[in-house]
Design a protein around this ligand. Structure first.
Ligand code: AP5
Ligand code: MG
Length: 212
């Protein structure tokens, strides 16, 4: 399966990608996670991306297109992949089409803006491995500690309320038009994001079953 996950920041793309990845045995490619890892390692690309991410703006198209081209060429992507957070602009979608990496479907997780703002304030991420938690919806076994690697859980810098507002604005302006883009080629599916992760997952998996 070759799948794109669309949705506003905090809609639950990363959360659902992790579950689908396990269920179908295909890798998740998250441009956000790749960029954050580069930032942590102090690479040139990471440093270049920092000011954009911190302000809630998109990193320039050519940077993320380069990342995706390289990653999709790796052998583990041959049987399918989940793209979490890419494409995010029409030029990125066109670049993906032109690279020759086909996609089967674009699944959009729909969550209203006011719900997003609430959700983001509760997100905590592992400083060490990047795993994502929520103070109400996805609690770690031990407060402030990652279940997977024992790292400290922290608030992502771009989850500050003012930055979230800008990320939502950027989403509506630059990313939401992708829904029409994929609708036009008959590849768009949508689910309404639910209050519980497991309820959203049920809807997502039901849509994916239709593709097989
Ligand atoms: P990125 O890391 O992709 O961030 P984002 O799209 O803003 O999305 P998030 O990771 O915040 O949300 P998500 O939908 O994955 O939600 P999650 O599952 O974590 O990108 C960050 C930045 O990198 C961008 O702003 C940009 O600068 C740059 N970038 C990345 N890709 C780019 C590209 N292609 N082009 C240009 N720039 C790019 O869930 C959120 C929280 O809610 C969690 O705490 C979770 O536990 C909780 N939750 C999830 N589902 C539910 C549910 N159903 N009910 C209740 N809580 C839930
Ligand atoms: Mg994410």
């Amino acid at each position: 399966m070759k799948l794109i996950l669309l949705g506003a920041p905090g809609a639950g793309k990363g959360t659902q990608a992790e579950i689908i990845s396990e269920q179908y045995g295909i890798p998740t490619i998250s441009t956000g996670n790749i960029i954050r890892a580069a930032l942590k390692n102090g690479t040139e690309m990471g440093l270049k991306a920092k000011s954009y991410i911190d302000a809630g703006e998109l990193v320039p198209d050519e940077v993320v297109i380069g990342i995706i081209k390289e990653r999709l060429s790796e052998p583990d992507c041959q049987n399918g992949y989940i793209l979490d957070g890419f494409p995010r602009t029409i030029p990125q979608a066109e670049a993906l089409d032109n690279m020759g990496f086909a996609i089967d479907a674009a699944l959009s997780i729909e969550v209203p803006d006011d719900e997003i703002v609430k959700r983001m304030s509760g997100r905590r991420v592992c400083e060490k491995c990047g795993a994502s938690y929520h103070t109400a919806y996805k609690k770690p076994e031990k407060d402030g500690v990652c279940n997977l690697c024992g790292g400290d859980l922290v608030i992502r810098k771009d989850d500050e309320p003012e930055t979230v507002k800008n990320r939502l604005h950027v989403y509506h302006e630059q990313t939401e038009p992708l829904k029409a883009y994929y609708q036009n080629c008959g590849k768009l599916f949508t689910v309404q994001g639910q209050e519980e992760v497991a309820d959203t997952t049920r809807l997502v998996l039901a849509e994916l079953e239709k593709l097989i």
